[in-house]
Write a protein that binds this ligand. Structure first.
Ligand SMILES: Nc1ncnc2c1ncn2[C@@H]1O[C@H](COP(=O)(O)OP(=O)(O)O)[C@@H](O)[C@H]1O
Ligand SMILES: [Mg+2]
Length: 255
């Protein structure tokens, strides 16, 4: 299959074990090009492991993985040019500023300094990062760091973007900046693969959803199909997970 055809991401029978723990158990995922795909699930469900395998950081145990038609463990630099990643751990050197970090990364991705600076100015305005570009990353709030990491993931104009919990631990203003950027990227046809616990946000952004629990995909498909007969994505997911959604009655509790 040529790299320009077929789904953006395709995994078949993906298994990954860590000692006695089966982090991923026969995971099949298909992400169409241009989709905004959200992988949701509880802590320890296997979301970050999936992202690490898809971005080539971790080898799968069993199964096949294709990202833009290529094996992420073998494709190397060519594929890295076409994907952007915001992992769940800090990626920027904290003694440097966002500008220094991003200009260095841009050079690795083949951009001239002038081009990197030009793009960075535009990204910084869009993400309300401009006042922080020259402060050390260490001195920035969590939300500003996430926005800087997002700018770093976008500077080379990737067609596929991975974000592992981009809304974790950040304030609503920063979350809004990230959200608006993701909307803009989706509108220009960028494929987005995101993990998140924030279900209302997922419901308002995603076109496709997969629910993972203990390494197994419980349900996946277009958002409207996954929500199905339920009022909200949250209710659909709680049912898929077998969690009773009702408020506890606690009849004995009479404040
Ligand atoms: N490097 C590792 N070594 C051992 N266990 C790991 C490692 N990475 C993940 N795990 C385990 O695999 C499971 C899935 O983890 P993870 O993919 O990080 O979940 P999530 O991102 O959904 O919270 C968890 O039980 C976790 O403890
Ligand atoms: Mg995780």
């Amino acid at each position: 299959m040529p790299p320009t055809a077929g789904p953006a991401i395709d995994t078949r029978g993906l298994v990954r074990r860590f000692g006695a723990i089966t982090a991923l158990d026969r995971v099949d995922l298909a992400v169409p090009r241009g989709a905004f795909f959200a992988l949701v699930g509880s802590n320890g469900a296997g979301k970050s492991t999936t992202v690490r395998i898809l971005t080539g950081l971790l080898a799968p145990g069993e199964g096949t993985v294709r990202v833009l038609g290529e094996n992420p463990r073998k494709a190397g630099a060519v594929l890295r040019q076409r994907i952007g990643v915001v992992p769940d751990f800090p990626v920027l050197y904290d003694v440097l500023s966002p500008r220094e970090n991003i200009v260095r990364l841009s050079a690795l991705r083949g951009l001239t300094r002038e081009e990197a600076e030009r793009r960075l100015e535009e990204l910084a305005v869009a993400l309300a990062l401009d006042e922080h570009l020259d402060q050390s990353v260490r001195s920035l709030s969590q939300g500003t760091r996430k926005k800087a990491a997002l700018a770093a993931a976008l500077i080379h104009g990737p067609s596929l973007l991975f974000l592992d919990e981009p809304f974790e631990g950040i304030d609503p203003v920063a979350a809004r900046g990230i959200r608006n950027m993701l909307e803009a990227l989706r509108q220009r046809g960028v494929t987005i693969f995101l993990t998140s616990h924030v279900l209302p946000l997922v419901e308002s952004l995603a076109t496709h959803v997969a629910v993972i629990d203990e390494g197994r995909v419980l349900t996946s498909g277009p958002l409207t199909e996954v929500v199905g007969r339920h009022d909200t994505l949250e209710r659909a997911i709680l049912e898929a997970l077998g969690v009773p959604p009702d408020v506890p009655t606690m009849e004995w509790y009479l404040p």
